[in-house]
Design a protein around this ligand. Structure first.
Ligand code: DSN
Length: 445
């Protein structure tokens, strides 16, 4: 009997591996019964789940469509070509590489394609919102290239001139002084629009290349809720699983004249065989993001973030930079409670069924492991169908949890209210179990 026969005890999840199946079912239950407010997460569609759980995972396909090292890639070539064409059309790019396994790989590949080891890259400080691959001492990037970091301006109480925004004077001064080969825009913890134009001007003044790391706003860009860096930056990297709502992975968009260098840096420069089941799921996500409903979804993500920000301010929290323009909020906990750390807040909110992450705020006096801040995002619960009313309710639940953090009965009551709220907005109403993604209708925003 083949292990894949329908009559085999190995057919289907539950028969094949009850331990793993149970864990997948438990995670499905967790995602459906608690609030998912991590700014880099989303609920991908059942169609994306089905593509990423398909037989395409079986195929080796080193190389690119029409230039593979192994046989049997007729279908895979069509899959990858479809993903590339859809990515190009969605973002208006001249070239797309859809093979990076993650955003970090996409960034590493671009550095490798465009910057000689030891050359200088100007990117955002990690503690002001940059990413590990923007030159953190803990990342391989800082061992290969020389990073110089810019940050955000000082905090300000003046509503006319909000602080904690990218300090373009500093970017320009550092660029002139350090003469970087590459300037990187993009962030993992910055709630404001990142305008690509000023970076382009500074890059041109000093003869640098310009990379926009759009890992976070990729979906907002596709849906028209954030200015597009495509055609402004020389290269744009992105992740497909955050606001873009696709499978976990990365992609690179670039000018046609950089295509060969970028492709060679991804394979064979950095990666081996591409994950073609994920590439197929990326193609599904690019198509979904090209539909008019996706534009409405991204507008709703931003409206929800603004509603959540305003309600959190009413609860006594301080919003870094005074608010948000995108899917993300960065909260300074200190005005709410000077003793409360991001670590403790994250842990107690987890017990109430509210999932988010602690985060450093600009010039945080606490360590990155402890922090004085929280980062929240609205991409996932907007997919589940929540709106501004639910966001205001969530702010109240967060305030109650953090005020009552020693009171187990109060936390249990919040947990019940969270479960009731999530029950009214199931992320996968058509999926009955982790075993059966195929054939279910996709969720819409
Ligand atoms: N871990 C991602 C995030 O949460 O923003 C960045 O890599």
């Amino acid at each position: 009997m083949s292990p894949h026969d329908a009559s085999s005890p190995f057919a289907g999840w539950l028969g094949a591996d009850p331990e793993v199946a149970r864990l997948v079912e438990e995670e499905m239950a967790r995602q459906s019964s608690t609030l998912q407010l991590i700014a880099s997460e989303n609920f991908t569609s059942p169609a994306v789940l089905a593509a990423s759980g398909s037989v395409l995972t079986n195929k080796y396909a080193e190389g690119y469509p029409g230039r593979r090292y192994y046989g049997g890639n007729r279908v895979i070539d069509e899959v990858e070509e479809l993903a590339r064409e859809r990515a190009k059309a969605l973002f208006g790019a001249e070239h797309a590489n859809v093979q990076p396994h993650a955003g970090a790989n996409a960034n590493l590949a671009v550095y490798q394609a465009l910057v000689e080891p030891g050359d200088t890259i100007l990117a955002m400080r990690l503690d002001h919102g940059g990413h590990l691959t923007h030159g953190s001492p803990a990342s391989i990037t800082s061992k290969i290239w020389r990073f110089v970091a810019y940050g955000v301006t000082a905090a300000s109480d003046d509503p006319e001139r909000p602080g904690e925004v990218i300090d373009f004077d500093q970017v320009a001064d550092l660029a002139k002084r350090e003469q970087p080969r590459l300037i990187v825009a993009g962030s993992t913890a910055y709630a404001r629009t990142i305008e690509p134009g000023p970076f382009r001007e500074i890059a041109d003044e000093v003869g640098a290349l310009f990379m926009f790391d759009a890992a976070h706003p990729a979906g907002l860009i596709a849906g028209g809720a954030h200015p597009s860096p495509v055609g402004v930056a020389d290269v744009v990297t992105l992740t497909t699983h955050k606001t873009l709502r696709g499978p976990r992975g990365g992609a690179i968009l670039c000018r046609a004249d950089l295509a060969k260098k970028v492709d060679g840096a991804v394979f064979p420069g950095l990666q081996g065989g591409p994950l073609e089941h994920v590439v197929a799921a990326k193609a599904v996500a690019f198509r979904e993001a090209s539909q008019p409903e996706f534009g409405a979804y991204t507008a709703a993500v931003v409206a929800n973030a603004k509603a959540l920000a305003s309600a959190l301010a009413d609860e006594g929290f301080r919003l870094v930079s005074g608010g948000t323009d995108n899917h993300m909020l960065l909260v300074d906990l200190r005005p709410f409670d000077a003793e409360l750390t991001g670590k403790e807040a994250q842990e107690v909110l987890d017990r109430s069924g509210i999932t988010l992450n602690r985060n450093t705020i600009p010039d945080d006096p606490r360590s990155p492991f402890v922090t004085s801040g929280l980062r929240l995002g609205t991409a996932a619960e907007t997919t589940a169908g929540m709106g501004p009313d639910e966001m205001r309710g969530i702010a109240g639940l967060i305030g109650r949890t953090l005020r009552a953090r020693g009171d187990e009965a109060a936390l249990a009551e919040v947990r019940r209210e969270v479960a009731a709220l999530c029950g009214a907005f199931p992320p996968y109403p058509t999926l009955t179990g982790a075993a059966t993604p195929t054939g279910a209708a996709p969720t819409t925003g």
